[in-house]
Design a protein around this ligand. Structure first.
Ligand code: IPM
Ligand code: MG
Length: 382
C-alpha cells in the first residue's frame, strides 16, 4: 500500500508542477487579435461526428451566402479541417491528431461540429484538448426567451476547474479513485474580467457568481473571492453570490428567472447549467456556444454529436440552429457585425416569431436542409 501511495504522490507532484507552469503562462498573457484591421481572415470548418457533418453542411450554406462578397474578394477564406472524426482520433489514439491541431492553429477562428467523447478510458474529449491547446478560456453561451423577458449570458470558465485534469485523476485499484479540480488566480481573474467587461459594455446591472463555495471551499471559495476582487473595478454592477444548487432551481422558477442577466461560473457548473438554460429556450439544439481566447476562438453547437439520432436514421432531422447561432457569434467575433446582426434577425424570425419550418429532431418535423432553405429565404428578404 505504501508503494501505491508513493506512486500517487509522485503523480500529484507532476500535476502540481504542470499547473504552476500553466499559471505562469497565463500571467505572461497574449495579445488579442484585431479582426477589423486584418486583410485576411481564415475560418476553419470541422464537421465532427454523428449529426455534426449534417448540421455543418447546412450551416455552411448559410455562411457561404452571408460571406459571398468576402469570399469572392479573398478577405475571408473558408478552410476545411479534416481529421476530427472519432474514427480517425481512435485510430491514431489522439484526442486531436497533431496535424489536425496544426491545421486548426493555421486558421484565425474555427467553426466546429460536435465531436464524440469516448466514455471511460484515457482518451480526452476533443473539446477539452482544443480548449486547452488553444487556451480558449471563456465559454460564452447566450440564451434568450424574449416573450418571458429572459436574456441570459453565461460566462463559463473553460480551461480549468474539473476539466483540466479530468483525464488524469489517480487511483489505488480496489481502494479508491480521486479526481482533481483546479482554480488558479490568473485563470479565474481573466474569465471574471471577461464577464464584467461584457456587463459594462452591454448595460447589464448584475453578475451572478455561481459556485458551491460552502462545500468546495478551496477552489470555489477562491473563485468567488477572486471574482469579487475583479468586480471592485466595476462600480455600478452588482456582484451577487449564488450556490449552484439553488441556481438550477431558480432557472426553472418563472417568478424570478428573468431578473438574472450575466452568469459567471467555474467550468463544470457552467457545463451543466447551460444545458438546462438551453432547454428552457427550446432545447439544446437551439443554443450557440463561443470558446474565446486571446489568440484563437472556436464556435460550436452547445450539444453533442447525438449518435442515437444517427443509429435511428434520424440524422437528417437534426436541428442546425445551434450551430447557426454559433456562426452568428463567430461573425460578431471577427468584426463582421452587420452580417451577425442579419443572421440574428433571420434566426429570430425562423426560430421564434414566424416558425414556418420547425425541426423537431424526428420525422414529425422538417429536415435540417429544409430549415436551412428557410433561413436562406428569410435572409434574402432582409
Ligand atoms: C459542452 C460539452 C462538452 C463539455 C463535452 C462534449 C466535453 O458538453 O461543450 O458543454 O463537457 O464541456
Ligand atoms: Mg455540455
Amino acid at each position: 500500500m505504501n508503494e501505491a501511495i508513493d506512486r500517487v504522490v509522485e503523480q500529484f507532484r507532476t500535476l502540481l508542477t504542470e499547473q504552476i507552469a500553466r499559471t505562469e503562462k497565463i500571467e505572461r498573457g497574449a495579445q488579442a487579435k484585431n479582426f477589423a484591421a486584418m486583410d485576411k481572415i481564415v475560418i476553419g470548418v470541422a464537421g465532427g461526428d454523428g449529426i455534426g457533418p449534417i448540421i455543418m453542411r447546412e450551416t455552411r450554406r448559410v455562411m457561404d451566402a452571408l460571406l459571398a462578397d468576402e469570399i469572392a474578394s479573398g478577405r475571408v477564406e473558408i478552410r476545411d479541417i479534416d481529421g476530427l472524426t472519432i474514427e480517425n482520433r481512435l485510430a491514431l489514439h489522439q484526442s486531436v491528431p497533431a496535424d489536425t491541431l496544426a491545421a486548426i492553429k493555421s486558421c484565425d477562428v474555427l467553426l466546429k461540429g460536435p465531436t464524440t467523447t469516448p466514455k471511460g478510458g484515457t482518451m480526452e474529449s476533443a473539446n477539452v484538448t482544443l480548449r486547452r491547446e488553444l487556451d480558449l478560456y471563456a465559454n460564452v453561451r447566450p440564451v434568450a426567451v424574449p416573450e418571458e423577458g429572459i436574456d441570459w449570458i453565461f460566462y463559463r470558465e473553460n480551461t480549468e476547474g474539473e476539466y483540466v485534469l479530468g483525464s488524469r485523476g489517480v487511483e489505488i485499484p480496489g481502494k479508491l479513485a480521486m479526481d482533481f479540480k483546479v482554480t488558479t488566480v490568473p485563470g479565474t481573474k481573466r474569465i471574471a474580467r471577461a464577464a464584467f467587461e461584457y456587463a459594462k459594455n452591454n448595460g447589464k446591472k448584475s453578475v451572478a457568481i455561481v459556485t458551491k463555495a460552502n462545500i468546495m471551499k478551496k477552489t470555489d471559495g477562491s473563485f468567488s473571492a477572486l471574482c469579487h476582487e475583479v468586480a471592485a473595478d466595476y462600480p455600478g454592477i452588482e456582484a451577487e453570490d449564488w450556490y449552484i444548487d439553488i441556481m438550477t432551481a431558480n432557472l426553472v422558477n418563472p417568478a424570478i428567472r428573468s431578473r438574472f442577466q450575466v452568469f459567471l461560473l467555474p467550468n463544470l457548473y457552467g457545463d451543466i447549467i447551460t444545458d438546462e438554460a438551453a432547454q428552457i429556450q427550446g432545447g439544446v439544439g437551439t443554443a450557440g456556444s463561443a470558446n474565446i481566447g486571446d489568440e484563437y476562438a472556436m464556435f460550436e453547437a452547445i450539444h453533442g454529436s447525438a449518435p442515437r439520432m444517427i443509429e435511428e436514421g434520424l440524422g437528417e432531422y437534426a436541428n442546425p440552429s445551434s450551430l447557426m447561432r454559433a456562426l452568428e457569434m463567430l461573425l460578431r467575433h471577427i468584426a463582421l457585425t452587420d452580417r451577425a446582426e442579419k443572421l440574428s434577425r433571420a434566426l429570430n424570425i425562423c426560430c421564434e416569431s414566424e416558425k414556418k419550418v420547425v425541426v423537431t429532431g424526428d420525422r414529425s418535423g422538417a429536415t435540417c436542409a429544409a430549415f436551412a432553405d428557410y433561413v436562406l429565404d428569410t435572409l434574402k428578404k432582409l
